[in-house]
Design a protein around this ligand. Structure first.
Ligand code: AMP
Length: 282
């Protein structure tokens, strides 16, 4: 690796940061096992700023007791190549002990918009996300940080946190990168069995169909949810966690579709929980 520098400690980054002397810094936080979705964020940052930093940190704080923290796919070698190929300058890869040398007593909580959807199925998850993103922002001190609407609720939480706490980092929103059959790219897709993988495109198909219905004039949230549910239930291995149609980014519930609206879902295939969404403007 010629261009990419691996940084393991906060102190090491502070040293590099002090040499950068006011260069614009673009930051792409990830949990690693990079794919073209992550690479699209890195490429966007490469165009916008002088220095591109990618972090890889599987954050124990955002995983529930029975979730996949220990099995989450990890490969620094592979990630280094993909990050460098996309144009990253630095890869920040702290150990858990570097980020949490002692149990954290301070936490960042974003209220209300974390009570629903993924927040309901994963209690504490968004506190973990908000806390680690705050820590990473305080360490890296980025000018701009890049997130995808793939994790739409996470993005809403981070935008609200940055706004409410006056965090001096600009948040850049990036689109969802998909496989050729429409499945949203995710590090977790490697968990899927061939049979589950073949059924997984139903998520995007059902969302696209619902978007078409809205474009044809359907406005009933209940009808739209039923339509998506009916399609997904045709996939025998799919287990619906939630299907929601809400205003975005407020996540307010509506009976009638109006304004910027998210059609979002979480569906389990075996132990693998997948999320996807489409935003429509009405
Ligand atoms: P993760 O490694 O899953 O925590 O994701 C790190 C960042 O990559 C987040 O901003 C995600 O929203 C984004 N991301 C994940 N999947 C995709 C995708 N399919 N397309 C674009 N960005 C993605």
């Amino acid at each position: 690796l010629k261009g990419l520098k691996i940084v393991k400690t906060i102190e090491e980054w502070r040293g590099i940061y002090s040499e950068l002397k006011g260069c614009s810094i673009g930051f792409v936080p990830t949990m690693g096992y990079l794919h073209e979705g992550h690479q699209s964020l890195i490429k966007k940052a490469r165009k916008d700023v002088e220095v591109v930093v990618v972090s890889i940190f599987v954050n124990p704080l955002q995983f529930g007791k029975n979730e996949d923290f220990s099995t989450y796919p990890r490969s620094l070698e592979r990630d280094s190549l993909l990050a460098e190929e996309a144009g990253a300058d630095y890869l920040f890869v702290p150990e858990a002990e570097e980020m949490y040398p002692s149990p954290t007593l301070a936490k960042v909580t974003v209220g209300h918009i974390t009570d629903m959807m993924c927040g309901r199925s994963r209690p504490g998850h968004f506190d973990g996300v908000a806390t680690v993103v705050t820590k990473l922002f305080n360490i890296i001190r980025p000018t701009l940080a890049y997130f995808s609407i793939k994790d739409a609720q996470q993005l809403a939480v981070i935008q609200r946190m940055v706004q409410d706490l006056n965090i001096p980092t600009g948040i850049v929103t990036c689109p969802i990168v998909r496989e050729s059959d429409g499945l949203a790219m995710s590090s977790r897709n490697v968990y899927l069995t061939p049979e589950e993988r073949s059924q997984a495109p139903i998520l995007n198909e059902s969302l696209k169909r619902a978007k078409e219905l809205i474009e044809q004039g359907e406005r009933s949230v209940q009808q739209i949810v039923l339509e998506i549910k009916g399609k997904i239930e045709k996939a025998p291995l799919a287990n619906i966690d939630y299907i929601e149609v809400r205003e975005y980014p407020s996540l307010d519930q509506k009976e009638i579709v109006e304004g910027q609206t998210i059609l979002a879902l979480a569906v389990k295939f075996g132990k693998t929980r997948l999320i996807d969404n489409i935003i429509v403007n009405v």
